[in-house]
Design a protein around this ligand. Structure first.
Ligand code: HXC
Length: 275
């Protein structure tokens, strides 16, 4: 459900929101929630076709859109993207650093280049985008939102590269909150839980076991891209004007489960004793 149901649909009128990796998944969902509230939207990604399709969806919501091919690992490409976005949409008010890469792999089978690739996309990419957008954000007293993950604070099997990258992102976020607060720039992270229909879920969990997974989430449902979009809108809005350096966990309580399968097993044993 897009946020227009709950908030004035001109909340971000006259504002520019730039989303890295904004052509699909959670990031496109975030971009759409801002578009629905009147924002102009810049997006970057690696694939022209995906960007074109995302731009069409965003324009259908009324947004003026600037879609640029840029890999977040390439600082020069990001500088070009932010210059183009500025020329077409005005300076960035809200930067969402969402570009990420992921695959399941046991640590002993992960090559140094595989580890580096995810660190480069997630962590270096988040720094590159923040750095490239800094002057514009300084001008607008803007906000940065990083898309983190539960792997940042709890180890998940076969995710050593992602855990390191996302933990780094949360610390980058805190450092920038400290250093850039003086310019009126706020920085925060969102930790999405399992979000249905996303590339991340496809890579991390088999659909046949979805019910088992949902049983381990206290709210007993998968998240939606709009759940994350709404969190991003809140953090970027005047409602959060004194919030900086914060990690907002939006996961239906999933992180509370700890070892999810242990909890499912324990619940089954308790039921057996009761029954
Ligand atoms: C082991 C792998 C691998 C795999 C790639 N590598 N895939 N190693 N298992 N499945 C290794 C390669 O062997 C290579 O190392 C190195 O990683 C770089 O691989 P490339 O394919 O050349 O990289 P590149 O083309 O840049 O692609 C990046 C990518 C790819 C991350 C590997 O999967 C990608 O583009 N992903 C983007 C989309 C995505 O992942 N979205 C999901 C994000 S979800 P060697 O040593 O052979 O050179 C997410 C959410 C987390 O982040 C939390 C959810 C709850």
């Amino acid at each position: 459900m897009l946020v227009t149901r709950y908030l004035a649909n001109d909340l971000f009128a006259g504002k520019t929101v730039f989303v890295t990796g904004g052509s699909s998944g959670i990031n496109l969902g975030v971009a759409k929630n801002f578009a629905a509230l009147g924002a102009s939207v810049g997006i970057c990604g690696r694939t022209q076709e995906k960007l074109d399709s995302a731009a069409t969806e965003l324009r259908a919501l009324g947004a003026t859109v600037c879609a640029v091919v840029a890999d977040v690992r390439d600082f020069g490409a990001l500088e070009v993207a932010f210059a183009k976005s500025r020329a077409e949409l005005g300076p960035v008010d809200v930067l969402v650093c969402g570009a990420a890469g992921n695959f399941l792999v046991p640590a002993e089978k992960l090559s140094p280049n595989g580890f580096k690739t995810v660190i480069d996309i997630d962590l270096l990419g988040a720094f590159n985008a923040s750095r490239a957008a800094f002057e514009q954000l300084k001008e607008t007293h803007g906000a940065i939102i990083y898309i983190s993950a539960g792997m940042a604070y709890m180890p998940y099997a076969f995710q050593v590269h992602v855990g390191a990258a996302k933990a780094g992102i949360d610390m980058l976020m805190r450092n920038l909150a400290l250093e850039w607060g003086r310019y009126g720039i706020r920085t925060n992270s969102i930790v999405p839980g399992p979000i249905e229909g996303t590339e991340g879920m496809k890579r991390l969990w088999s659909p046949e076991r979805q019910e088992e997974f949902i049983d381990a989430i206290p709210l007993r449902r998968m998240g939606t891209v709009d759940d994350i979009g709404q969190s991003a809108v809140f953090l970027a809005s005047p409602l959060a004007s004194y919030i900086s350096g914060c990690v907002l966990v939006c996961d239906g309580g999933q992180n509370l489960s700890g070892s999810a399968l242990f909890n499912i097993g324990a619940e089954q044993m308790l039921r057996a004793h009761e029954g």
